[in-house]
Design a protein around this ligand. Structure first.
Ligand code: ZN
Length: 474
């Protein structure tokens, strides 16, 4: 079989984090009753006039700057004409030839290798409504989403594998969340992704015919859909079939892509300038104001965590892969004398329980103060690391402070020489054969004895003292 190279370009729609829609004052709140958040403007009634929400422009420019784009001094809105029941005006207000931002890039890392994915453009547009297909064949339409502000972020065909596509999306999502441009909740439709996929013989510089894949609802689905589509195109070429330029839909239940429409039926959008909205002229002072408000981005934060808190590149990467986690750790680290400790707790037990219960870090009862306190108790020997895990579970479940848990449950580590000595002597007496083994040089048996003493003390004996005392007495 010939070897092929994969070429992928992504188009991502991100819903902007605005309270109101792009051209009217209707709320953007998710989960409302159908058609609760509507007015004559977003319903497209004749005679109504759109007015651009200032916040939309700010967020689009913020995204542009954070994604290393050039911001257009002059841009405009256009009408994209097509008829579909979820689009009441029969045109969508979008940007065509003069988008707000161009020529950016994102740095992504796949399996230790860094690469730049170039961004062709970012434009602003309004969202369409949602068709609801009821049982019995009736179709209804919910216009709550109509007029919600979006940006579309279009890459150059720089992505070379489904893994790279996933890495790009994760990096993009992270930046949009850090800058609070979008909450990027894929399950609520605030981040949607379409992909252009083609393959070409390895070493060729001529792209193959591309297909567009839609309807992927998670990062995992994107990776799976792209893997399937690449495989499908390779097989088709091997059998001498031609790839047709078409739009395909990812079927999550069957794990296949299915043809939706071919190019012959493709729309001609007849774009023309939106006459009801003035062009956007970007003043240098405005641009500077927005630039000054861009917070620390994931890459900068990661570098700071390495230099300021002495974390490894890997640890800093894990801790900055989610803004809320990064902020939580940052708080802990500032209060802690040894930031590596809270880092380990977060990357270990904390992320584990969050993943298990599918929760976010700001939904749990363990505050940064509490976690730092737990680290202290462990470090100064008040509790052993084994007991610390028990305390952690209690804190997570009930929101009790670590000192309270230790006090209430009597978990304080035993560091009293006499008390430990007693346990040690009992264990030595009960295990004469093991003692014999150790005296004959079988050092490994020592661990067993330490374990026995810990058991007797219900995990509370200071392990270092147990070790020392055992050595002394054998
Ligand atoms: Zn409205």
């Amino acid at each position: 079989m010939q070897s092929y190279e994969t070429v992928i370009g992504l188009e991502v729609h991100a819903e902007l984090l605005t309270d109101t829609k792009i051209f009217c004052g209707c709320s953007t709140e998710f989960g409302k009753k159908p058609n609760e958040n509507v007015c004559p403007i977003c319903l497209g009634m004749p005679g109504t006039l759109p007015v651009l929400n200032k916040n939309v422009l700010d967020l689009a420019v913020t995204a542009g700057l954070a994604l290393n784009c050039e911001i257009a001094e002059f841009s405009k809105f256009d009408r994209k004409n097509y008829f579909y029941p979820d689009l009441p005006k029969a045109y969508q207000i979008s940007q065509f030839d003069l988008p707000i931002a161009r020529n950016g890039y994102i740095e992504v890392e796949v399996e230790g290798e860094k690469k730049k994915v170039r961004i062709n453009r970012i434009h602003m547009e309004e969202d369409a409504g949602k068709l609801v297909h009821a049982a019995g064949g009736d179709s209804m339409v919910d216009f709550n989403r109509t007029g919600v502000a979006l940006i579309e972020i279009v890459t150059e065909p720089d992505i070379r594998s489904p893994k790279e596509a996933k890495a790009y999306l994760e990096a993009l999502k992270n930046i949009l969340q850090y800058t609070e441009v979008s909450d990027c909740k894929m399950e609520e439709g605030s981040l949607r992704c379409d992909a252009n996929v083609s393959i070409m013989p390895k070493g060729s510089d001529e792209f193959g015919t591309k297909t567009e894949v839609k309807n992927m609802n998670s990062f995992k689905a994107v990776e799976k859909a792209l893997e399937y589509e690449v495989e499908r195109q390779m097989e088709a070429l091997e059998y001498g079939e031609e790839i047709v330029q078409e739009t395909r839909r990812w079927d999550e239940s069957k794990q296949v892509t299915i043809s939706m429409r071919s190019k012959e039926e493709a729309h001609d959008y007849r774009y023309f300038p939106e006459p009801d909205l003035p062009p956007i002229v970007m003043k240098e002072s405005e641009l500077e104001r927005i630039r000054a408000n861009i917070p620390e981005l994931p890459k900068e934060k990661k570098e700071r965590f390495v230099s300021e808190y002495n974390l490894s590149d890997y640890d800093a990467g894990v801790l900055t892969s989610d803004k809320k986690i990064a902020d939580y750790f940052d708080e802990c680290a500032k209060k802690s004398e040894n930031p590596k400790k809270p880092a380990n707790w977060i990357m270990g037990d904390l992320l584990r329980v969050l993943n298990e219960e599918n929760r976010e870090i700001d939904e749990i009862k363990i505050t940064s103060d509490m976690l730092v306190e737990l680290c202290k108790l462990e470090e100064d020997g008040t509790i052993s690391s084994k007991i610390a895990k028990e305390v952690f579970e209690e804190m997570y479940k009930n929101g009790d402070k670590p000192e309270e848990v230790v006090e209430k449950k009597g978990l304080k580590q035993i560091s009293d020489q006499g008390e430990i000595e007693q346990f040690v002597e009992e264990v030595i007496e009960e295990n004469p054969e093991t003692i014999e083994d150790i005296r004959n040089g079988k050092d490994k048996a020592m661990g067993f004895l330490v374990g026995q003493v810990m058991k007797k003390s219900k995990g509370k004996a200071n392990p270092q003292m147990v070790n020392d005392l055992l050595k002394e007495k054998i």
